[in-house]
Design a protein around this ligand. Structure first.
Ligand code: SF4
Ligand code: SF4
Length: 263
């Protein structure tokens, strides 16, 4: 399906909890985009929880044209989750459906310049399972590799150019957001974490956050700082270390669940 701006694909990522109100909004907004914007609409399971090798990812990566992505994630993690899987190279707009009270409002937010023509809605089943892993925001990442050195579980790897990637997401420990605390640029997102900026909610400038370190961890570097600044940084680093140790301990005693939002 095309309009005057080329092919328009709309991907609606369902809520994981099957909340009736959310399902109604998802269905309504999918129908609106198909009917009024001439979009090809794909309704998919909650994409954050879809395994790496699920055919749903291949289907989405094969979409040509722009992609409007509607999900229950903040726009930043939503965008980088899709980009990691090669989705939306020709244009990507991510919207959080939770920001809108009605399907009409959500549609209006995205569809101001789309042509009116009939479209289609298709639902892809996929096989989601509850997952927990980092999503990297490459618009912020400075390739410092601090996350790579910090994680004990081999989640990260770096390519020859120094670009860090999430190589083994399944190795990440549920509920552990430790590396997100020590990233100097707030580039690591855990979309299911309860609070911003780790959740991907619009973050304040990293320097204004609770002592996020500006360069690789070195406790001796705290010595020359103003006492309040040193305490702030030290407590953040210590918290990250503590969370990493807890993740290690949970390997011996498997967790019931972490403290992610259940969306
Ligand atoms: S710690 Fe943050 S900025 Fe450094 S490589 Fe990792 S994601 Fe990028
Ligand atoms: S959250 Fe913990 S286990 Fe997961 S990538 Fe970060 S440091 Fe590694």
């Amino acid at each position: 399906m095309t309009n005057q701006h080329g092919t328009l694909n709309v991907v609606v990522s369902r809520d994981r909890s099957a909340n009736a109100g959310r399902t109604t909004l998802e269905n309504a907004v999918a129908a609106l985009f198909a009917e009024r914007a001439g979009a090809t609409v794909l309704v998919v399971p909650h994409l954050y929880h879809v395994p790496e090798d699920d055919p749903v990812w291949k289907k989405l990566a094969g979409l040509t044209g722009r992609v409007v992505f509607l999900s229950w994630l903040y726009p930043r993690p939503a965008e980088w989750l899709l980009r990691r899987h090669g989705v939306g190279a020709e244009g990507l707009l991510a919207l959080h459906m939770g920001a809108y009270e009605t399907a009409e409002q959500c549609f209006e937010a995205a569809a101001a310049n789309l042509a009116a023509a009939p479209g289609t809605v298709t639902e892809l089943s996929g096989k989601p399972s509850k997952r927990w892993y980092p999503v990297l925001d490459y618009s912020r990442c400075a390739k410092c590799r601090q996350c790579l050195q910090f994680c004990l579980f081999g989640v990260y790897a770096a390519d020859e150019g120094g670009k860090v990637r999430v190589a083994k997401p399944e190795n990440c420990k549920t509920g552990c957001p430790a590396c997100a605390r020590i990233c100097p640029h707030a580039a690591i997102i855990f979309p299911k974490y309860a609070e911003g900026p780790i959740s991907g909610d619009d973050a304040p400038p990293p320097a204004a956050e609770e002592g996020r370190p500006e360069k690789p961890i070195d406790f001796s570097s705290l010595a020359g700082l103003d006492i309040h600044e040193a305490i702030r940084r030290r407590s953040t680093i210590l918290r990250a270390h503590q969370e990493r140790e807890q993740a290690k301990a949970r390997m011996k005693n498997p967790p019931e669940e972490g403290a992610p939002r259940d969306e």
